[in-house]
Design a protein around this ligand. Structure first.
Ligand code: ADP
Ligand code: MG
Length: 421
């Protein structure tokens, strides 16, 4: 393996290629970057660092062994050691380590289902799991090329695996009645505002990507914070009894806001902070990697909500000039599809993203403000909510483009305790 420092500027994230991360001042290899960043994640505000260490260091301790193990696995060329590490990885995947027993059980079940696929031996299973394909769904819904690249398995094997996963999951045509059965099971997270919930058809729904777009200070980031708290509520209280994964591209995540919001709901803020897994994305490549890595955490960490605040920011600043527009749109498109795929795989997962608006100088009629990212984002997200400012702490949300919701205005407020009517 080449030394990462030798190709410091290399932005080409091929599997196994080392990447020098300027933020951590360390070398990463693809597949490990996310977990490492969890350890190095920091807030821009130095004061917050203590909070992070104490509260949101995300109880990474149980991950450390695994990271070390994978590190050893990647970097050790010695065959004997490799086998030893492989066995240890197997032991580790038995999940006897301390994970919430319920979550451990369900992950174990998923892995067992993969293990039972025809032609899956120990080696194949290890490759799949290491690349994050630890359930039938994750195999069935991922394009074959991606599985091949990430796991190192051959084309034929991959095709067979996808085909048999699809068979096991009975994927194919189904009746509208079945679709309705599925939609009836959609769960919702309350935003904290009854009016906003109503306009969304009962809250932020699982199985969809929901985009909140608007100008600066219209409350996008506040809503993201609130959802991370609310997803942890019991189902009767409008939550999903799950945890949140927060991808922050702008450095605006504030644990102190989470604490205020948790206290507003009489929740134990320490617990609430612990249940939010935080990743700071430093550039668009890193953002894409974080989402790819997120797939590994969803089952294991009982993630029911993924937040990306904001979706387009990095892409916008990195791809400057019209010359690179097509390239940018293509990259955004594939990133959005990664998110949509997660919703397909995990039907009890909600994904919310924010988007800045930009003035479109050639519009003379109507609202000249348009969500960044253009049509690609519009077509990729299932529900779009346009936010604008009202009087004082009031904000107005308008649902646009939702396949099943009327375009209605909802008024909500941002208070010290978070989002409310
Ligand atoms: P953006 O759409 O740019 O992400 P934000 O979600 O950061 O906007 O919203 C910022 C607004 O949230 C501020 O203008 C303020 O009105 C409100 N806000 C932020 N923190 C508090 C707080 N502690 N108490 C009351 N309102 C707050
Ligand atoms: Mg913001």
């Amino acid at each position: 393996m080449a030394k990462a420092t030798e190709i410091e500027e290399n932005n080409d994230f091929e599997m196994g290629n080392p990447y020098y991360c300027k933020e951590c001042k360390r070398n990463h290899t693809k597949g490990k970057i996310y977990k490492e960043h969890l350890n190095f994640a920091k807030f821009e505000n130095g004061d917050d660092e203590n909070n992070l260490d104490e509260n949101i260091k995300l109880n990474n301790d149980d991950y450390d062994d695994e990271v070390e193990l994978i590190e050893a696995f990647n970097e050790n060329d010695n065959q004997e050691n490799k086998i030893e590490v492989e066995n240890q990885l197997e032991d580790d995947l038995d999940l006897d380590r301390e994970v919430d027993p319920n979550i451990g059980e369900s992950l174990k079940e998923c892995i067992n289902a993969v293990k039972k696929l025809p032609g899956v031996g120990e080696a194949t299973l290890n490759k799949l799991i290491k690349a994050g394909f630890s359930s039938l769904e994750s195999i069935a819904f991922t394009p074959p090329k991606i599985i091949q690249e990430e796991s190192g398995l051959g084309e034929k094997t991959t095709e067979k695996l996808i085909k048999s996963s699809m068979e096991q999951l009975h994927i194919g045509f189904k009746s509208a009645e079945d679709v309705w059965e599925h939609r009836k099971n959609i769960a919702r997270i309350t935003t904290g505002s009854q009016e906003l919930d109503d306009s969304l058809g009962g809250g932020v729904e699982t199985g969809s990507v929901i985009e909140f777009f608007g100008e600066f200070r219209t409350g996008k980031t506040q809503i993201m914070h609130q959802l991370c708290v609310n997803v942890q509520l019991s189902e009767e209280n409008g939550g999903l009894e799950g945890n949140a994964l927060y991808i922050d591209t702008e450095g605006t995540f504030r644990p102190e806001r989470i604490i205020q919001m948790a206290e507003g709901l009489d929740m134990d803020h320490k617990k609430v902070l612990k249940n939010i897994i935080f990743g700071r994305a430093y550039n668009s490549d890193h953002q894409i990697l974080l989402i790819k890595e997120a797939a590994n955490l969803i089952k294991e960490r009982n993630i029911k909500l993924i937040v990306v605040d904001s979706l387009i920011g990095h892409f916008r600043s990195e791809y400057i000039g019209r010359g690179t527009l097509a390239n940018r749109q293509q990259t955004i498109n594939s990133h959005l599809h990664d998110l949509l795929r997660l919703c397909d795989i995990y039907s009890d997962l909600a994904v919310v993203v924010t988007n800045q608006v930009q003035a479109k100088p050639d519009v003379f009629y109507g609202n000249p403000l348009q969500a960044a990212g253009g049509n690609i984002v519009a077509h990729g997200s299932t529900i779009r909510v346009y936010l604008r400012k009202g009087k004082g702490e009031q904000r107005i949300a308008k649902i646009v483009d939702a396949p099943h919701l009327p375009e209605a205005d909802a008024i909500f407020s941002i208070t010290e305790n978070g989002i409310s009517d």
